[in-house]
Design a protein around this ligand. Structure first.
Ligand code: TXA
Ligand code: MG
Length: 333
């Protein structure tokens, strides 16, 4: 599907610290064009959320199915409230505690948000990002920005400008380079439209943190297999590198001893003496450090034309749940 998109732009990659590049981004967005912008989670592919025509370009450029709704980014809770028809008590509590930051809240949509943003649904996901560049652009634009991750559909989300360029060069006029994203995986998505707040996608804001301020919170995917899929982000093969991802099971030493030489490895251990360091990717021991690097590492495996990637089992503990979730999805394609 995406191959048919015309490569009509000579894509510029500009340092986001240059105020002129922020102005250029604002001008393009105001004219209904798309711009890739860094956020604290991953790079987003932004369009004016109030313009159906601009938002339609996002779906074309990414090759994204029209039934997968977009997250709308706002400068402030006030701007977010303009995108929803009901601002609930829970929304208020969460906004005060976690915004700006990596939390998206699903609420009933306002009339200002067109159906294309919400994939025809009556709800919209809103988030106030904390990244200074994204905030600056939102402030200058004065309108909210619909922005999915700036990758082609079903590919790994980009955490650096160069990974956006690999996937979207020629398809969009401008990529703002703000360096590596601080968090590295996508925001937690929580649905506040049902009786019980329900996590649709795990992120670095954990279930326990949400429970602390809301009381009962459930995970959508714990409710049973017959539950209607409410967030297509939960589709199994959503976050995949081209290489086959294998989650290590059983004795790690045995797996490493039997490794095919061409297989890449992602592990918290340092490279054994007999392994090629180019195919061994050592990761930080903390969940935060690991999350920050995991998509870049998967991207590097793809760039090295890895056929398969073996992942060392992750430590137990809920701080690893979001990373565990992304890796298990990546392994299912
Ligand atoms: O961290 C992030 O959330 C990044 C940055 C750029 O903000 N954005 C991002 O967007 O990950 P995207 O489009 O790649 O993922 C949005 C997820 C999808 O799983 C989508 O199905 C879900 O949010 N979503 C969006 N609107 C929804 C809605 N109204 N109801 C249920 N799920 C929704
Ligand atoms: Mg995405």
């Amino acid at each position: 599907m995406t191959e048919t998109v015309e490569l009509q732009f000579d894509t510029e990659i500009r340092t986001a610290s240059d105020p002129d590049s922020i102005r250029q981004a604002k001008n393009l967005l105001s004219k209904g064009q798309l711009v890739a912008i860094p956020t604290e989670t991953v790079y987003g592919l932004a369009a004016n959320a109030f313009s159906a025509e601009a938002v339609a370009k996002i779906f074309d450029v990414k090759g994204r199915p029209a039934n997968n709704p977009l997250i709308v980014h706002a400068f402030s809770a006030e701007m977010a409230r303009d995108c929803v028809s009901t601002w609930t008590r829970e929304a208020n509590i969460l906004a005060e505690k976690f915004w700006p930051g990596p939390l998206s809240m699903v609420l009933p949509k306002s009339e200002k948000i067109s159906n294309i943003v919400t994939a025809g649904g009556h709800t919209v996901a809103v988030r106030c990002p904390s990244h200074s560049i994204m905030k600056d652009i939102l402030r200058q634009c004065g309108f909210p920005l619909a922005a999915p991750s700036a990758n082609l559909s079903n590919r790994v989300s980009p955490t650096k400008a160069e990974y956006v360029a690999d996937q979207l060069s020629g398809r969009i006029p401008l990529i703002l380079d703000g360096g590596a994203c601080q968090i590295g995986i996508e925001s937690t998505v929580i649905d506040l439209t049902g009786e019980t707040p329900t996590i649709l996608r795990l992120g670095m804001i954990r279930k326990e943190q949400l429970q602390e301020v809301l009381g009962e919170v459930q995970l959508a995917f714990e409710k049973g297999v017959n539950e209607k899929l409410k967030s297509p982000g939960q589709l199994r093969c959503h976050y995949s590198p081209r290489a086959k991802v294998i989650l290590g099971e059983g004795s790690w030493d045995n797996l490493v001893n039997k490794l095919d030489k061409n297989m890449h490895v992602i592990a918290c251990e340092s490279v054994p003496n007999d392994r090629d360091p180019a195919t061994w990717h050592e990761m930080p021991n903390s969940a935060q450090g690991y999350a920050k690097q995991i998509y870049e590492t998967l991207n590097r495996c793809d760039q090295a034309n890895a056929e398969s990637i073996l992942i060392q089992p992750l430590p137990l503990g809920s701080e690893w749940d979001a990373v565990r979730d992304r890796l298990s999805r990546a392994s299912m394609n």
